[in-house]
Design a protein. Structure first.
Length: 400
């Protein structure tokens, strides 16, 4: 995959005299020491990472660790002190203010935790606002804003006013406002942090679903570990203006780089991190809807199971058939399996193992995992789930 954003040795020093601070930083003085000696604040002490096209890259860290500073240096809202930021091959630090404004407008949109909704404008007009400023004709403005509202599932609210919206809906408006600009990069600074836990998880799921469609390059800032692990293709753990570790959730959980990172991870509940899609396994045999009872029996005998999942030509799950029912069909001389198909519990691949667990309380203790189009991805049994949780649980204790 191609590199979309490249951040190299990025340093940001806040204050009017960054030179002295920069030199002390290079000599290895800490943020506190530099603040004391020069009165200058080291926002970023030299960070490097690359973000691939279509990736969700998460920056996580406590308050003050430099996450927002990093985002603002990337889109040029603030000027970096040293190092480079390259977006689509263009050096942000070399651009004039005017070039930068234009480049940002065309390539990067930002979503904030708190943003100014315009109270006297409808939802549609709020979303279209950024296009209005760019003097885009009314018809196109509304067409694009309507499309953005569809993406965030607010199309039926287009003519309402902001004070009628819940907190979650307002954040959707914020997201729609960014989407409407049609940029290939989205920078999201704690967009869901003010929301209740439940709504927040919903928003995260919807962002992941939406990302399947829009495939933007996203840098997502959060201080919430569950959120980072849920959303990030890769995660950078930040502390005091530096990056402690970069990796996938799996890599960071299984191999934390240092004591600081492991401490951070102690708070995670693994059952909320692993998704059904992560753990699902493909059965050795699947039955097609067009196959008959004898074929079903042969497959079950071959693999040594007493039930099979049935899918149609487009991989959609129809249900399961059991050996008992198939034997009965054979005895009756039936040629179709249709009458033997039974319902089975299903779950979306993005659901967490925590969500899977209650669904396993059926006779066979099995659940089918489906992708966003309802296609059959694989199965999970109670044993699969328990063994994965046990494995991860012991990992977490070993490293903590
Ligand atoms: N405009 C500013 N002037 C001086 N210091 C700042 C400014 N903005 C941020 N900082 C400092 O830089 C550090 C990093 O801040 P920030 O990037 O906002 O962290 P985060 O987003 O992770 O909470 C903090 O110590 C903060 O106080
Ligand atoms: Mg911040």
């Amino acid at each position: 995959m191609s590199i979309k954003i490249e951040v190299k040795d990025l340093i940001k020093i806040y204050g009017s005299e960054p030179r002295k601070a920069l030199s002390l930083l290079r000599q290895g003085y800490s943020r506190e020491e530099i603040l004391e000696m020069t009165g200058q604040m080291v926002g970023l002490g030299g960070i490097s990472f690359e973000v691939s096209e279509g990736e969700i890259f998460v920056l996580i860290g406590l308050s003050g660790s430099g996450k927002s500073t990093a985002l603002r240096c990337i889109n040029g809202l603030i000027r970096l002190t040293s190092g480079s930021v390259v977006v689509d091959g263009h050096h942000i630090e070399d651009m004039s203010d005017k070039e930068l404004r234009r480049f940002r407008g065309e390539n990067m949109a930002m979503v904030f935790q708190h943003f100014a909704v315009l109270p006297n404008r409808t939802v549609l007009d709020n979303v279209a606002f950024g296009l209005e400023i760019k003097s885009i004709p009314l018809e196109e403005r509304y067409r694009r804003a309507t499309e953005a509202l569809r993406m965030v599932k607010l199309e039926t609210w287009r003519d309402r006013y902001p004070d009628e919206l819940s907190g979650g809906m307002k954040q959707r408006v914020g997201l729609a406002r960014a989407l409407v600009m049609n940029t290939s990069i989205l920078l999201m600074d704690e967009p869901f942090s003010a929301l209740d836990a439940l709504i927040r998880t919903d928003m995260e799921d919807e962002l992941l679903n939406l990302q399947q469609e829009i495939r933007k390059t996203i840098i997502f800032v959060t201080h919430d570990l569950d959120e980072a692990l849920h959303l990030g293709d890769r995660i950078a753990v930040m502390r005091d203006g530096r990056i402690e570790q970069i990796g996938t959730a799996e890599e960071i959980l299984s191999n934390p780089a240092n004591e600081y990172v492991s401490k951070f991870l102690r708070k995670v509940d693994v059952s909320k991190v692993l998704t059904a899609g992560d753990v699902a396994r493909r059965p050795e045999e699947i039955l097609r809807l067009t196959e008959g009872p004898r074929s079903a029996k042969l497959k079950m005998d071959t693999v040594g199971v007493d039930y099979l999942f049935v899918t149609d030509r487009s991989q959609k799950l129809k249900g399961i058939v059991t050996m008992d029912d198939i034997l009965q069909l054979i005895a009756q001389g039936s040629r179709s399996i249709t009458d033997a198909i039974k319902e089975v519990n299903t779950i979306d691949k993005m659901a967490t193992l925590q969500d899977v667990y209650p669904l396993l309380a059926n006779v066979r203790g099995v659940v089918a995992v489906l992708d966003e189009k309802g296609r059959f991805l694989g199965m999970l049994t109670r044993a699969d789930v328990i063994s994965r949780l046990a494995e991860r649980g012991s990992n977490a204790t070993a490293t903590a």
